[in-house]
Design a protein around this ligand. Structure first.
Ligand code: ASP
Length: 581
């Protein structure tokens, strides 16, 4: 080895030892006849001291070192006079007697320190330098730990890690596929997996019983803070189980991760039906770090000649505790917030419950004191509270109020990153009406089983059929989802029919799976967790990009390797592909 120790491990206990360290020059300062250099590696920082009197030549050499030069130094561990108790090595320094430059460095384009002066784009271009910074590297250290814990936990429960192919045919997970042209089968394309869904089900048919994989998945979707074109799932499947078994095993996984990685004893994960989540939070992934549940007032407020309420399918509100003193300006801000095109509400109605017990609303013209008292009672409001109401079409208005609730949660500081509130959301609808294509889509995916008692509704009221599907939500982010699968050819065929597939289409796309179901498919089900999202929640970050070593930007580009890029005419010809741009 080129070194005896890392830059993060020498302490008072090592005083007097002769050591050799390797690392990068972080900082250098000259003080009279002495030069101090901070040398850094993955493990920490150690102060080097070069003294003119004891090692004049080496000291002269040290004065010419630039930032990020890679060096190897030998010397003695001595006590530091000016101690830094914030770092483990802060009580010692190395009195250097030998210095070797292992490599030079250009001046880095930004400061390689915890607080950097580099903008996002610059850091993305030089990601390998950004990764030298502690906060960035620490995210990946955390990710590594989490992956190890996942493997240990699942291995302990007899799950087998099996790799599934990356060049496949499309699995409809609801997003667009990335496709790869085949040279050997000209004119034909592979798709990159949106998930290993069908493969893991086939492994159950193969009798593997318990499968998992920490696996890359690919979806060609518009990107957001919590989406990347390629992302990682903890993908799992089990045979001969009920939904209850899945919930228990994977609640166990999440609890183990919290315990072993963050030292947190997570509460037992509460459960809520999809219907209740929508009714109480207007979202299938409610942030339950705070209450502020929806209160429906539709019946209470109708019939007073206020057209907005009289014509509304739903009148619903939230109670912002202790916000009665909100100023006109603050209320206007909230109104502007919900009127933004992304949210699209037309107006906000408020009711203040003043601390002196009086009530004041923005619709006093239509409602008298007694009416408003009834509203306040419905909200269980107390003097000092502010109630915010929206009205309109049920689904829309719930979504809008969800946004307002989250905004109020932010404003009131109730969405603390160090508080973790997990939730199982159960009983999702099987199908979802798509306005654009005017047909039903599988809400989860087409392999999800309907609740047996709801199967009859498939013919009469498909939108009402509930699925054996579940999501795990933490702090308002969906971190995992899965379902009990269909394992019967006839039911699977029926499902495809309801999704608008002709028999031939279904056979062409999923014949392999339905055929497999005819060879003794066991009852099975599974789940997949978004590993990047889980890591970013553990790291207290807003974007999954920060827990990915080499992420892509918002336009799906890797600006470091400059990809995607055009390819040679020769390559295109081989693939018999012509581009029209
Ligand atoms: N394959 C599903 C997904 O990626 C998860 C599952 O059903 O296991 O969402």
């Amino acid at each position: 080895m080129l070194r005896t120790n890392t830059c993060g491990e020498l302490t008072r206990n090592d005083l007097g030892k002769e050591v050799t360290l390797c690392g990068w020059v972080q900082k250098s300062r000259d003080l009279g006849g002495t030069t101090f250099i901070d040398v850094r590696d993955r493990y920490g920082i150690t102060q080097l001291v070069f003294n003119e009197e004891t090692a004049a030549e080496v000291r002269e050499q040290a004065r010419n070192l630039g930032r990020e030069f890679v060096i190897r130094v030998a010397g003695k561990v001595i006590e530091r006079s000016n101690k830094n108790l914030k770092i483990p090595t802060g009580e010692i320094e190395i009195a250097v007697t030998e210095l070797e430059i292992l490599n030079q460095s250009k001046v880095p384009p930004f400061l390689i320190e915890d607080e950097t002066d580099g903008g996002e784009e610059l850091r993305a271009k030089y990601r390998y330098l950004d990764l030298r910074r502690n906060p960035v590297r620490n995210n990946l250290v955390l990710r590594h730990k989490m992956a190890q814990e996942v493997r240990r936990y699942l291995d302990g429960l007899d799950f087998l890690e099996v790799e599934t192919p990356v060049l496949i045919k499309s699995t409809p997970e609801g997003a667009r596929d990335f496709v790869v042209p085949s040279r050997m089968n000209v004119g034909e394309f592979y798709a990159l997996p949106q998930s290993p869904q069908t493969f893991k089900q086939l492994l159950m048919v193969s009798g593997f019983d318990r499968y998992f994989q920490i696996v890359k998945c690919f979806r060609d979707e518009d990107l957001r803070a919590d989406r990347q074109p390629e992302f990682t799932q903890i993908d799992c499947e089990m045979s001969f189980i009920t939904q209850e078994d899945i919930l228990n095993v994977f609640e166990g996984l999440i609890r183990t991760l919290f315990k072993n990685v963050k030292g947190i004893d997570l509460i037992e994960v509460p459960r809520m039906t999809y219907a209740d989540a929508m009714r109480l939070y207007g979202s299938d992934k409610p942030d339950t770090r705070f209450g502020m549940q929806f209160v429906e007032l539709t019946d209470l407020v109708k019939g007073k000649n206020f057209p907005v309420f009289d014509n509304a399918e739903l009148v619903v509100g939230i109670n912002a505790k202790n916000c009665a003193a909100y100023t006109r300006k603050q209320l206007d801000e909230l109104t502007d917030f919900i009127k933004r095109p992304q949210i699209g509400a037309t107006g906000l109605i408020y009711l203040r419950y003043n601390t002196d017990g009086t009530l004041k609303s923005s619709v006093d013209k239509f409602y008298n004191e007694a009416d408003l008292k009834n509203w306040a009672a419905a909200f269980s409001a107390e003097p000092g509270d502010l109630m915010l109401l929206l009205a309109g079409k049920k689904d829309k208005v719930r979504k809008q109020l969800n946004e307002l609730r989250l905004e109020m949660g932010n404003r009131l500081g109730m969405r603390d990153k160090n508080t973790f509130s997990p939730l199982w959301v159960l009983d999702f609808p099987l199908l979802e009406w798509d306005e654009e294509t005017e047909r039903y889509h599988a809400m989860h995916h087409p392999f999800t089983s309907p609740k047996p008692e709801d199967i009859a509704l498939l013919e009469t009221d498909p939108g009402e059929v509930r699925a054996n599907a579940y999501d795990m939500v933490i702090n308002g982010t969906e971190i995992g989802g899965g379902s009990i699968r269909i394992h019967d050819r006839a039911l699977q065929a029926l499902m495809f029919k309801h999704l608008g597939f002709s028999k031939e289409e279904a056979q062409k796309q999923f014949g392999f799976l339905m055929d497999a179901f005819e060879f003794g498919a066991p009852p099975h089900g599974g789940i997949a967790f978004g590993f990047d999202r889980l890591c970013s929640i553990f790291a207290g970050l807003d974007s999954i990009r920060d827990v990915i070593a080499f992420p892509k930007n918002n336009s799906g580009r890797d600006v470091m390797i400059d990809s995607p890029s055009t390819i040679d005419e020769k390559q295109l010809n081989e693939l018999k592909i012509k581009t029209t741009v």
